[in-house]
Design a protein around this ligand. Structure first.
Ligand code: ADP
Ligand code: MG
Length: 606
C-alpha cells in the first residue's frame, strides 16, 4: 500500500462511517476539524515558514464576528442589499471575514514581520490581545455578551442544522485545504516558502522576494483561521469573545508543535491529540482527585512539557517513520509532460558583464574593502585571491547585492545596481555560491538545486495549489536534474543535502547556481574540502562553462587550482587590490610575494 492509498482509504472510511458514528464522536471530530484548519495555517506559518504566531485565535474571531454581524444586524443585510434572514447572508459573512482578515493580516504583517528574533512572537501577542479586547468592547458586536441568533448554513438547498451535517462541511474544507497546501508546498512556491526559515539570504540571491513571500504566508494562515471561525460561528449559532483569546492562540501553537510543526498532517494529529486529551482530562481528573477545579490545565501543561522533551519535532515525524516501514515508497516517475523554461541570452564573449568602480565597505573603523575596481568579462575566468581577512567575501556580498557598498558603483551588464536587492542581481543573470554553505539541509539535493531555477518559472500560488503548474514544475525539475548530473552528483539526487560531505555540498551550491542559467557565476571557495579527483572534476566543469561564454569570478585558496585555470587574477590584501594580471604576471609580483610569504597563508607556489 502506498501513502496516497492509505490516506484516500482513511478519508473514504471517515466519510462512509460518518452517518453511523455516535453523536459525541461527531461533535469531537467537528471540533478537531475546526482546530486543524487553523493549525494547518500555523504549520505553514511557523513550522515551515519560521514565523511564530500566538495571535491566530484573533483571526478566527474575525471570521466568526464578520458572519455574525452580517447575519444578525439589520445594517449588515442592508449594506449588501439583502433582506434580513436571507440564506445568502452567511456567504456574504464568509467573504467579508476572509477579506477583512486578509487585509488586516497584510497590514499587521507588514509591521510585525519586520521584527526579528523574539520580537516577532511578542508582536503577535500584542495584536492578539488587542483584537480580543476589541471584540469585547465593540457595542455593535454585543460586547462581552456576544451575538446570538446566527442562522444555520444552507448549502444548495440543504440546511446544515446538526453537528453531523455541518461536520461534513468542516471536514471537506479541512481535507481540501490540506490537499491545496500540500500541492503548494510541493511546487516552486513551496521551495521558496521552505527557505524562509533560516535561508532568506540564500533565497533572495536565487531571486525570491522573501518579504513578500512571508506576508503572503501570513495572509494565507489568517484566511484559514478566518474560515474556521466562520464554520465555528454557524456551528455554535452564537459568538462571544472568549474562544478568541490569547490562551486559545497559545493552544493552537501547542497543537502544531505537538503534532509536528513542519508537517501539514501534524496539524490534524496535534488538533486531535489536544482536543481528545483535554476532553479526557476534564472528565477523569475531577473524579480521580475527588475535587472539582481546573486541574486539567495543570496536567495538560505537564504533559506538554513531557512531549516536547521527548519529541522536539512533534509526533508526526515519528509516526511517519513507523508508517514508512510498512508503506511502499512512491515511484519517482519523471513526468512526461514538460513545459518550457525561460532561456537567457548570454552576453557576447569578451563584453564586460560585471564592473565595479572604487567600491568600498566600512565596518565601523575597519575598511573591509577600500576602493576596489574590477572587471569581469563574458567567457573569462577571473580569480580573486588574498590572505584570510583580505575582504574577498565582503566584496562578493557587495557585488551580489547581499550587502551594500559604503561608496562606489557596482554595475551589472551596464546597469547601475547600487540600490538594488540581491534578487535583482539574480534576475539580471548573476548567480553565486556561499563560502559558508547555505543549503536547506533537510531537503533533497534535487529540491535545493530546483530552488536555483526559481526565476525561470512563473506559476502563481493559486495555480500551484490547484496543480495547474505541473508542466512548468516538470520542466524545473528536469533542469535541476540536468545540472545535478552535469556536476556529477546524480548518485545523491534524492539524499538530504545536509547529509553530504561539505565538499559535495559546495558542488550542490554550484549546481543550484547553474540552474538559474546565469551569465556570471560567483564562486566563494568552491574547492575547499574537495579531494584531488573532485577538484579535477570541478576544474573541468568550470572550463566547460567558460567555453560556453559564462563569466566566472572565483575566490579560492588552492593556488595550484587557481593558477592552472584562471585567465586573470586579482590579488587583495587588507581590503585593497595590490596586483592584477595573468597568473604568470601575478606570481612574480613582489608585493604579492611579500603578502603571501609574510602572511599566515604562504600557499603561493612560486
Ligand atoms: P576574506 O573572505 O578575504 O577572508 P572577509 O571579507 O570575510 O575576508 O573579511 C574581511 C574583513 O572584514 C575581516 O577583517 C572581517 O573580520 C571583517 N568583516 C567581514 N564581515 C564583517 C561584518 N559583517 N561586520 C564586521 N566586520 C566584518
Ligand atoms: Mg572569505
Amino acid at each position: 500500500m502506498t501513502q496516497r492509498r492509505l490516506t484516500l482509504s482513511a478519508v473514504a472510511l471517515l466519510f462512509g462511517a460518518w452517518g453511523f458514528l455516535p453523536e459525541f464522536t461527531v461533535t469531537l471530530l467537528n471540533y478537531i476539524g475546526l482546530y486543524a484548519i487553523v493549525a494547518m495555517g500555523l504549520v505553514l506559518l511557523t513550522g515551515v515558514g519560521g514565523m511564530t504566531s500566538f495571535g491566530q485565535a484573533a483571526f478566527v474571531g474575525i471570521g466568526a464576528y464578520a458572519t455574525a454581524w452580517f447575519c444578525t444586524a439589520p445594517a449588515g443585510a442592508a449594506l449588501v442589499g439583502l433582506t434580513p434572514g436571507s440564506a445568502a447572508l452567511p456567504w456574504v459573512g464568509l467573504v467579508a471575514g476572509l477579506v477583512l482578515s486578509a487585509a488586516l493580516a497584510w497590514l499587521l504583517g507588514s509591521v510585525t514581520l519586520r521584527l526579528s528574533g523574539h520580537y516577532l512572537p511578542l508582536g503577535t501577542i500584542a495584536w492578539g490581545l488587542s483584537l480580543y479586547f476589541l471584540f469585547g468592547n465593540l457595542e455593535f458586536l454585543g460586547g462581552h455578551t456576544g451575538v446570538s441568533g446566527l442562522p444555520a448554513l444552507a448549502v444548495g438547498g440543504l440546511t446544515l442544522k446538526s453537528v453531523r451535517e455541518l461536520g461534513l462541511l468542516t471536514w471537506a474544507v479541512l481535507l481540501l485545504s490540506l490537499w491545496a497546501l500540500h500541492n503548494l508546498l510541493d511546487s516552486r512556491a513551496g521551495r521558496s516558502i521552505r527557505s524562509l526559515k533560516g535561508g532568506r539570504v540564500m533565497a533572495e540571491s536565487m531571486g525570491v522576494d522573501t518579504a513578500r513571500y512571508r506576508i503572503k504566508v501570513f495572509v494565507m494562515a489568517a484566511m484559514l483561521a478566518s474560515l474556521s471561525g466562520w464554520l465555528y460561528a454557524h456551528l455554535q449559532r452564537f459568538v462571544n469573545p472568549t474562544p478568541f483569546n490569547l490562551n486559545i492562540g497559545i493552544e493552537y501553537l501547542f497543537m502544531v508543535v505537538v503534532g509536528g510543526a513542519g508537517h501539514l498532517w501534524g496539524a490534524v494529529l496535534g488538533a486531535s491529540l489536544i482536543t481528545l486529551m483535554k476532553q479526557y482530562l476534564q472528565d477523569v481528573l475531577p473524579s480521580l482527585l475527588g475535587a472539582s477545579g481546573n486541574f486539567e490545565v495543570v496536567v495538560f501543561g505537564l504533559l506538554m512539557l513531557l512531549v516536547l522533551q521527548r519529541f522536539s519535532d512533534g509526533l508526526w515525524p515519528s509516526l511517519a517513520r513507523l508508517a514508512d516501514r510498512y508503506l511502499k515508497n512512491p515511484s519517482r516517475a519523471v513526468s512526461a509532460v514538460s513545459g518550457v523554461l525561460a532561456e537567457r541570452i548570454l552576453p557576447p564573449r569578451g563584453s564586460v558583464v560585471l564592473c565595479t568602480t572604487d567600491v568600498s565597505r566600512r565596518f565601523g573603523g575597519l575598511m573591509a574593502n577600500n576602493k576596489v575596481s574590477l572587471e569581469v568579462r563574458a567567457g573569462e575566468f577571473h580569480a580573486l585571491i588574498g590572505p584570510n581577512g583580505a575582504g574577498k567575501s565582503t566584496f562578493f556580498n557587495l557585488i551580489s547585492g547581499v550587502d551594500r557598498a559604503s561608496s562606489g558603483v557596482v554595475s551589472l551588464l551596464g546597469r547601475d545596481m547600487s540600490a538594488q536587492p540581491s534578487r535583482a542581481f539574480a534576475s539580471f543573470g548573476l548567480s553565486r555560491t556561499f563560502q559558508h554553505v547555505r543549503l536547506l539541509g533537510a531537503r533533497s539535493v534535487l529540491d535545493n538545486v530546483a530552488l536555483g531555477a526559481h526565476l525561470r518559472g512563473h506559476s502563481s500560488w493559486i495555480a500551484s495549489m490547484l496543480r495547474l503548474d505541473r508542466a512548468e514544475e516538470a520542466a524545473l525539475m528536469s533542469e535541476a536534474r540536468r545540472q545535478i548530473v552535469r556536476c556529477g552528483l546524480e548518485a545523491h539526487m534524492y539524499e538530504a543535502a545536509g547529509s553530504l560531505a561539505l565538499g559535495q555540498q559546495r558542488i550542490v551550491e554550484i549546481a543550484r547556481a547553474l540552474a538559474s542559467q546565469p551569465s556570471i557565476l560567483l564562486l566563494d571557495e568552491p574547492a575547499a574540502g574537495l579531494r584531488h579527483q573532485e577538484k579535477q572534476a570541478l576544474a573541468e566543469l568550470l572550463i566547460q562553462l567558460r567555453e560556453q561564454g559564462l563569466a566566472i569570478l572565483l575566490v579560492e585558496h588552492d593556488m595550484e587550482f587557481v593558477m592552472n585555470i584562471a585567465d586573470r587574477i586579482t590579488v587583495m590584501e587588507f581590503g585593497q587590490i595590490i596586483a592584477q594580471g595573468t597568473p604568470a604576471e601575478v606570481q612574480v609580483n613582489p608585493q604579492v610575494v611579500a603578502a603571501y610569504l609574510g602572511g599566515i597563508d604562504g600557499e603561493l607556489t612560486l
